[in-house]
Every structure is written in structure tokens, then in C-alpha cells.
Design a protein around this ligand. Structure first.
Ligand code: FE2
Length: 375
């Protein structure tokens, strides 16, 4: 049995289900009214702005009718009703976590133990059925990493992967970029050198949020791919060196790329970015693209560098890394706001040819959420 009553001179609705009391402010209820004057019934979009709300959203009356709670506003006698389970789902009168460096909803951290269990799905199966796609997208949301097999060994076939969930994000590197040895590379990624694990393009704001790398040839010696969970690395830094974690989250780093004519990309963002309530939001880590740090106060710079070095060491720790060698027809996809990728050096013998492109994480999560909402 649910009861509803008003407190604080009508400014607050209290909903009591005998186990707990949930409070809602009049202004919040008015802004979130579900009636046709407030929300478009077709697309759910709000039809009003804050200026359309009464200055004072005090409530004058409330009652429970079946599974709904009805409230009346004093200023204009407008009455609206809410499903009680909708109010419960959207309750904000709850304990909010505040610990810094928490994982986002649905995310699960990982380390080298994931090596034998990288989520993988066949491209054709995902194209054919929503269940396989839903599982794979769910793995992307959980780990920020997943592989795809059965990708046609032909140029541009990586776009088939992006088409599963969204759109290519084109950059100055093109709609796709080739990753293979070049005689005079414009970017170190195009040489046979090994690369430290990094996130791509931190010099863009926003950075590309999804990266796809598909293998067309891989007979070279070496050239294995490595991936590292940046959120796990950030949490390890937080646990081992809380002050260092605080520094890397509190001050902006700088990143730049000016390696091609007509391109001068610069960004100013923290290496470890948290949401205002402390949830891990994004990691930017790329030694090649780091610009001089000028946003860290003079007296904090030595400690900042010590924390940066420590994070670098955690990222380089073999216990953090998952390693695999892609075969032609295989691809891997990473959440570039979270998962760092690297490759081992490879020799001139044989060939190694990958094609890469960027896409957007919001589209990926949208596709997943829409699939999950479909019965
Ligand atoms: Fe990269």
C-alpha cells in the first residue's frame, strides 16, 4: 500500500510504500510531467522550457489512484499524474556514490586474464540476427574491447563492422587509414616500430570514441596487437598512489598533431577524465602526441610527472595486457576512450596490412539500448 503526502509547505511530495520514503520536489515533478502539454506523446521530447514553469511549483494536493500518484500544483491548479513505478525508477532521493574512479554502469575491468576470453563474434552472424549483435555490443560496453571474425579480406570491409552499429567518423587521415610500413611515414603508426599502448588521437576534442582495425595481411614476424584496459590502469593508480591519481584527474594535459600539411590539431584535457561525481569518463594516453604540459602548477609538476610515469609503468606491465595476433579476416574494435592499444615491432620479412577507421561510441550504445528495449 503506497501513500502520498505533501511536506515543506507543498514543495515536497513524499511517497511511502511502508519500506522506504522517496521524496520529490514540486519543481522536479512539474518539469517531468508526463502529460501531452509537457511531452510530445510521439517522440517523448519535452515541449516546454523552464520559463514555462510557474515560479513557485508548490503542490496543493496529492492522492494515490490505483498505480498512479496524482499531484496538483498550487500556482495554476494543473493536475498531473505519474505511475508509481516510474517514480521509483527515477528516484533521486537515494544514496549517491561519490568515490572517485568508479567504473561506469555496465563496465567491468580486466587484465591479462581476459586473454583467453576476448569476446568475439562472426560478422555474418551479427548481420543476420540481433541476438548475436546484442551480445557483441554488450561485450563492447562491458570491456571496451571485442573481436570480429569472418570479415571479408578486401579493402574497406571494416566499414561492414561499423555499419552494424553506426557511422564512420572521418578524419584528416581519411575515411579509413592504412596501417603498414611506409618508406617515409607521416605518422609513426605506419612504420615497423613497436608502439607503446596508447589511445588514438587524443589531440582531437572530442577524441574518436571507437576504433576498428581489420587485418588484410599478416605474415610478418611479430606485429602482435596488445590491448590494455585504461580504466583498470587508472583504478590501479588510484589504489597505489591516490595523490598521483588526483593530479592526473585534476589538471589538463596537452596533445598535439601537426604532422601533415594544413593540419594543426591541439587539445587540452586531463589524462584521466572523471565525470563531476567521480565516474571514470575517458583516458587519454599517447606519448607520441603529448605536447608540453603547461597547465600543471610549478610546485606540482614533479609529482605530476611521477604520477604520469607510474601510470605509464602500469600500462606497460605485462599483467595489464591482452595480446593477440590478427589473421586476415579478423578485426578488433576498441572503445578509444578507455582501451589502449599497441603493437609489437615487426620485421621487414612478410607483410602486415591492417585498415583502421573510427566510429562513435554513442551510436554503438544507442544500437545496443534499442536492441535491449526490443522484446
Ligand atoms: Fe593507434
Amino acid at each position: 500500500m503506497i501513500t502520498a503526502h505533501l511536506t515543506s509547505k507543498g514543495q515536497v511530495l513524499e511517497l511511502d510504500d511502508n519500506t522506504k520514503v522517496l521524496r520529490f520536489h514540486g519543481v522536479w515533478l512539474r518539469d517531468n510531467a508526463q502529460d501531452e502539454d509537457t511531452r510530445d506523446p510521439r517522440n517523448g521530447q519535452r515541449l516546454i522550457t523552464l520559463a514555462d514553469l510557474p515560479e513557485d511549483c508548490a503542490l496543493s494536493d496529492t492522492k494515490v489512484v490505483d498505480d498512479r500518484v496524482q499531484v496538483t500544483f498550487a500556482a495554476d491548479s494543473k493536475t498531473v499524474s505519474f505511475r508509481t513505478d516510474w517514480l521509483r525508477e527515477h528516484a533521486y532521493d537515494v544514496t549517491h556514490e561519490t568515490a572517485k574512479g568508479r567504473l561506469p554502469d555496465h563496465a567491468q575491468s580486466w587484465n591479462s586474464a581476459l586473454n583467453s576470453a576476448i569476446p568475439t563474434a562472426d560478422l555474418t552472424q551479427m548481420q543476420a540476427g540481433s541476438a548475436a549483435l546484442k551480445d557483441w555490443l554488450g561485450a563492447m560496453r562491458r570491456y571496451g574491447l571485442a573481436k570480429v571474425t569472418g570479415v571479408p579480406v578486401s579493402e574497406g570491409s571494416l566499414f561492414d563492422i561499423v555499419a552494424l552499429f553506426g557511422f564512420v567518423r572521418e578524419t584528416n587521415y581519411g575515411r579509413l587509414f592504412e596501417v603498414r610500413t611506409e618508406v617515409s611515414p607521416v605518422n609513426l603508426a605506419y612504420t615497423g616500430l613497436g608502439l607503446q599502448a596508447h589511445t588514438d588521437n587524443p589531440y582531437r576534442d572530442p577524441q574518436p570514441t571507437v576504433q576498428v582495425l581489420a587485418c588484410l595481411e599478416n605474415s610478418a614476424t611479430g606485429g602482435e596487437n596488445m590491448v590494455v584496459d585504461g580504466f583498470a590502469a587508472a583504478q590501479r593508480l588510484r589504489d597505489e598512489d591516490p595523490e598521483g591519481f588526483e593530479l592526473l584527474t585534476s589538471y589538463c594535459a596537452r596533445f598535439s598533431y601537426t604532422g601533415s600539411d594544413g593540419v594543426a590539431l591541439h587539445s587540452r584535457r586531463p589524462m584521466i577524465e572523471l565525470s563531476p561525481d567521480g565516474v571514470l569518463h575517458a583516458l587519454r594516453f599517447n606519448a607520441r602526441s603529448s605536447a608540453p604540459l603547461v597547465d600543471v602548477p610549478f610546485d606540482k609538476m614533479p609529482a605530476y610527472y611521477a604520477a604520469y610515469r607510474r601510470l605509464s609503468g602500469i600500462i606497460d606491465d605485462p599483467a595489464s595486457e591482452v595480446q593477440f595476433k590478427l589473421a586476415p579476416g579478423e578485426a578488433f574494435v576498441v572503445d578509444n576512450t578507455r582501451v589502449l592499444h599497441a603493437r609489437k615491432g615487426y620485421s621487414g620479412a612478410g607483410t602486415r596490412w591492417l585498415q583502421g577507421c573510427y566510429a562513435d561510441r554513442d551510436g554503438l550504445l544507442s544500437t545496443l539500448a534499442a536492441l535491449e528495449a526490443t522484446p
